[in-house]
Design a protein around this ligand. Sequence first.
Ligand code: CO
Length: 149
Amino acid sequence: MIRYVFIAGALAMFSTAALAADCSMELGSDDAMKFDTASIEVPASCDDFTINLVHTGVLDKKIMGHNVVVTKTADLQATATDGGAAGMPNNYVKPDDARVIAFSEIIGGGESTSLTFPVSKLSADEDYSFFCSFPGHWALMKGTVKLVD
Ligand code: CO
């Protein structure tokens, strides 16, 4: 009887893990101005998707600040340029920028933050990117965001 319950429980856990999409991911960043991944896949079955940004460095956010901004790839450069001009008080994102799908606050070494956005904001036939909008960082700190089945 005890053995049966254990096996049934293990099977239930396994099938749940196989069916449920992971609606969050961890994105690492560091003092070398780098993210630890170049692509983020967002399961279409998720209602919301969360990116947990971790800064594993030690430098202050005024020197090596990082955030995550999600836009269409075609909007990346102009959004980053306008964001740089908006300054730290705005987390280097132009206020009410309609091109910005989601963004997080700027963090420094040893800190972490997260952003959550509705997956309905992404369309399968559009190219999206994520990047850090701290001035000068987007050229290195960027990658693709893709809606996947
Ligand atoms: Co950065």
